[in-house]
Structure formats: C-alpha cells, structure tokens
Write a protein that binds this ligand. Structure first.
Ligand code: SF4
Ligand code: SF4
Length: 108
C-alpha cells in the first residue's frame, strides 16, 4: 500500500476538504475550459496535484496506487498541471472530449 510521505501531509484547515456526496452549490466543473490529462507512465505519485489543487479534485487511490481526478468539481485552473513534478499532467481543451462540459446547454 502507498503511504503518503510526511512532507505531503497537509494539516486540516489548510485545504477545502473534498465534497462529500452531492454539493449542488459547489459544482465548478462547468467552468472548465481546459482539463488536466494524466500520463500514468510519467506519474511518480509525488502528490503535488493532490496538495496544490484548490478544490481537492485529486485524491490518492491507495489500493490502485494512482491519483484520481474528480471532473465534477475541477474548474480547470491548471494549477495541478503547473505543479506536476514529472510533466505527467497536461492541459487539453475541454470541448475536444466526448463528455466535455458544454456550458449553458448542459451545465454538467
Ligand atoms: S485544474 Fe485546477 S481545479 Fe482542476 S484538478 Fe487541477 S488544480 Fe484542481
Ligand atoms: S503531480 Fe503529477 S507526478 Fe505528481 S502525483 Fe500528480 S500527476 Fe503524478
């Protein structure tokens, strides 16, 4: 099992906790113009994306030993892309995806 290194632990109160269940007033995924796309071959689980995302949209799946993205609350700020230590994250135009957010017509 992957253990979060001590230096990556963030004391409670420094980040917005991941939404638990549905939070209709907090859905920011439909703001997104670009989404972060992960190249899992390059990801070394540094956890910078998890630490730096202001909306707690990355979490560590310990069983799978992989970081998992939450599309519903990712507003596409690209902070995670900039902070990724191995360039495993890149930004891709949202509307190039089949399930891409279509603002207004399809809020999410
Ligand atoms: S693009 Fe911004 S909101 Fe989305 S996962 Fe990355 S840091 Fe979080
Ligand atoms: S910041 Fe990049 S390398 Fe680090 S865990 Fe996230 S995707 Fe993987």
């Amino acid at each position: 099992m992957f253990i979060i290194p001590k230096e990556k632990e963030v004391p409670l109160g420094c980040v917005t906790p991941a939404p638990i269940g549905e939070q209709p007033m907090m859905i920011t995924g439909n703001w997104r113009e670009y989404r972060p796309v992960i190249d899992r071959e390059k990801c070394d689980l540094c956890l910078n994306c998890m630490v730096f995302c202001p909306d707690a949209c990355w979490h560590l799946d310990e069983a799978e030993e992989a970081v998992v993205w939450n599309a519903k609350y990712c507003k596409g700020c690209s902070i995670c892309v900039n902070e990724c230590s191995t360039d495993a994250l890149s930004k891709a135009y949202e509307l190039d995806f089949e399930d891409g957010v279509v603002r207004l017509e399809k809020p999410f």
